[in-house]
Design a protein around this ligand. Structure first.
Ligand code: CA
Length: 218
């Protein structure tokens, strides 16, 4: 079950989307202006925001900033369909962009894809050949055998699996996993990564990148 916030001031469209999504897989909240959307995001956790750009209160670009701070993925949903608008939305960090009018089937497919890509579905993520991560149960198995990871080790693993083959900077890793600003002490990050890597037998694949941080090679 994923929670989706629909930030849309045209109630007909908001209702249409809500009706299409509500069910066993999704539960929706609706906000008719940007400020109400931010209030809802602050009040309860959402897995995804379908965000109209032209919103009263605070516009979609402003709400996007807020979503990014909370690390909630965003799909822009808007009548602004020029290439410039699309590029601006994606540059600012939206995961996807849907232009109105749209087909509900397309919307559903994109919602599913973004949730999966962002590790928000209850599905099992796998890291071949032998590691499975059940993001709903927060459990990790290696060759079918459960591996006990600390909360930080689990978050680190998820971060690398969601960023395969990307060199991640230590400061970004620290800020993502510890939720605080990085003050330059690399030992905390290094220690946790080394322990996680050893538990999962990733020594040859989760490699140090000189002067940067680490990269999971797949
Ligand atoms: Ca609007």
């Amino acid at each position: 079950m994923n929670k989706i916030l629909i930030a849309e001031d045209e109630s007909a469209i908001a209702n249409l989307i809500r009706t299409a999504l509500d069910g066993p897989d999704y539960r929706c909240g609706v906000a008719a202006d940007g400020l109400a959307a931010c209030d809802l995001l602050e009040a309860e956790p959402f897995d995804l925001v379908l965000l109209d750009i032209m919103l009263p209160g605070a516009d979609g670009y402003e709400v996007l900033d807020y979503c990014r701070a909370l690390e909630v993925p965003v799909i822009f949903l808007t009548a602004k369909g020029t290439v410039e608008d699309r590029v601006k939305g994606l540059r600012l960090g939206a995961e996807d962009y849907i232009t109105k009018p749209f087909e509900l089937m397309e919307l559903l497919a994109r919602v599913e894809t973004v949730l999966r890509r962002c590790g928000k579905t209850g599905r099992v993520l796998s890291l071949p050949p032998d590691i499975q991560i059940d993001t709903a149960g927060r459990t990790v198995r290696r060759g079918g055998v459960p591996v006990a990871l600390t909360a930080k080790e689990y978050e680190l693993l998820l971060l690398f699996v969601q960023n395969k083959n990307v060199a991640l900077y230590r400061d970004r890793i620290y800020e993502k996993v510890w939720g605080e600003s990085y003050l330059g002490d690399s030992r905390t990050v290094d220690l946790h990564i080394q322990r996680m890597r050893k538990k999962l037998g990733l020594e040859g694949r989760l490699v140090a990148v000189y002067k940067v941080g680490y990269r999971l090679e797949v």
